[in-house]
Design a protein around this ligand. Structure first.
Ligand code: SF4
Length: 470
């Protein structure tokens, strides 16, 4: 995974000034949130389902070794093969070996964030194999030479006009501008590619230990064509995708679609078990499942274990004021938004991703909407503590925090300091009642004024409101 997370601040400045991007993000700012809220309101047991989903994932993570072994055994019994990849490089090598063994020149792919995580497309191209993305959003960004800006809607940052120009350039047809025409053109272009592919590569929404099945969810049906038409199907999935039974998978499916797009259920949900059997009319002759660790096992038993519950629904980013202002590319990582702010430092290191855990207002909406109740703000705080511990935080912030901690442990001194500072700022703010610039507060005053306190500290105002003078 190529990261530009270190450039988050510069990326944000560019994103905020990018008018077409801001226009494209308009839909993300309202549409997804309302749809999720409506879907949750229509299902009385939605909150109970979230509890069940959380408990289920916690159970799996507590017994992951057993479920992984059971899954492998079932896949082999059904005629498939399981490969284990410790990291991205091993996963790429396994996938390229599989492609070369099949003599593949072209592979079709359905949307899979984990293939983005390992940088699969670049590796395939280097090996002389042509990857073709079949999800509409992924097809658009592949034409644009970009990477996804959202884990569900990869091209959410693009306007219709930009897509129209891209299609005209790459499809070799006269430009069309209406959404149904663009869809029809992409469908006609991609349909032929399914028949040319030697291998189909998909991710997996869930892996079922009881049956060795792979559960795939899409709204376009492209994963079904990707896995069903070529002679070889390769699944790449993180080791955390295990669920014990098919029934458990359906608990997660019921919260996944509602949290993601507000649908009761995704348009296509496919359960695949083994390669084609003699009596089957279609299906791949070979099935390979590549199970990727890439740092996941190392998160078990740490303060970041809860992150492994993530079912990649995208709700946290759809409700994050930072993501909705900047879009996903600013994060410089495959995984943007609050889940990316927690996951990316674990994948690329906190030195590279140091700004990301700070890309949060800590409003807590991400945790409120997460279907598996991942405490995202708490984990971002853990990363901030780690930054502080490793002295990655800027010196001014470090010394400021130390000063604050010194005072906070001495309440009388703290109250005195707060009283003096609020009076001083109230006086300096004068009649205008606000500051257009302040030393050490340029991040705030760069885009808005800082209101001056009215001469009293928060504690004094609070005590007065409670009927206690301070
Ligand atoms: S962290 Fe929660 S809300 Fe965000 S993508 Fe994962 S499951 Fe969805």
């Amino acid at each position: 995974m190529q990261s530009t997370a270190h450039a988050f601040k510069a990326n944000v400045r560019a994103a905020l000034a990018d008018q077409p991007l801001q226009q494209a993000l308009g839909m993300a700012r309202t549409g997804f949130q309302q749809k999720r809220a409506d879907a949750a309101a229509r299902l009385p047991e939605f909150e109970a389902l979230r509890d069940a989903a959380k408990a289920l994932k916690d159970h799996v993570l507590g017994h992951l070794d057993l479920y992984l072994e059971a899954f492998e055994q079932r896949v082999v019994e059904q005629g498939g093969k399981v490969h284990w990849a410790r990291d991205a490089a091993e996963a790429r090598a396994i996938l390229i070996d599989l492609c070369q063994a099949a003599g593949a020149r072209t592979v079709t792919k359905s949307k899979s964030m984990v293939t983005e995580e390992i940088g699969l497309n670049e590796a395939l191209e280097t090996a002389g194999i042509r990857p073709i993305e079949t999800d509409l959003g992924e097809h658009i960004i592949q034409l644009a030479g970009q990477r996804p800006s959202h884990i569900l809607a990869p091209a959410i940052h693009m306007t219709k006009e930009r897509i129209s120009a891209l299609f005209a350039e790459h499809h070799g047809r006269p430009p069309v501008t209406q959404a149904p025409e663009l869809l029809a053109e992409a469908r006609a272009f991609l349909r032929q590619r399914y028949f040319e592919a030697d291998i189909g590569i998909t991710g997996a929404n869930f892996l079922v230990a009881e049956t060795g099945s792979i559960v795939l969810v899409t709204n376009e049906g492209n994963a079904e064509l990707t896995q069903g038409l070529p002679k070889v199907h390769v699944v790449l999935a993180g080791i955390e995708k295990l669920v014990p039974t098919l029934e458990d998978a359906f608990v997660l499916l019921r919260v996944l679609a509602r949290s993601a797009t507000g649908q009761e259920f995704s348009a296509y949900t496919t359960v695949l078990t083994g390669p084609k059997r003699p009596a089957d009319l279609d299906g791949p002759g070979e099935l390979h499942v590549v199970l990727l660790d890439n740092g996941r096992a190392g998160m078990l038993g740490t303060e970041f274990q809860d992150m492994l519950r993530c079912i990649r629904c995208g709700a946290c980013m759809n409700h994050c004021p930072v993501y909705l202002a900047t879009g996903g590319h600013a994060y410089g990582s495959v995984y943007p938004g609050p889940m990316g702010a927690v996951l990316t430092p674990g994948l690329v290191g906190i030195e590279e991703a140091q700004h990301l855990p700070n890309a949060s207002t800590f409003c807590g909406r991400c945790e409120q909407v997460c279907p598996v109740r991942i405490p995202l703000p708490k984990m971002m705080r853990h990363w901030r503590e780690e930054q502080f511990r490793r002295q990655l935080t800027p010196p001014t912030a470090r010394y400021g925090l130390k000063l604050w901690a010194f005072a906070a442990r001495r309440p009388a001194l703290y109250h005195l300091g707060a009283k003096v500072t609020s009076r001083l700022l109230g006086w300096l703010g004068g009649r205008r009642g606000r500051f257009a610039s302040l030393p050490l507060a340029g991040g705030w005053t760069g885009s808005r004024d800082l209101p001056a306190p009215e001469g009293q500290s928060f504690q004094a105002l609070w005590a007065a409101r409670q009927g206690r003078g301070r």
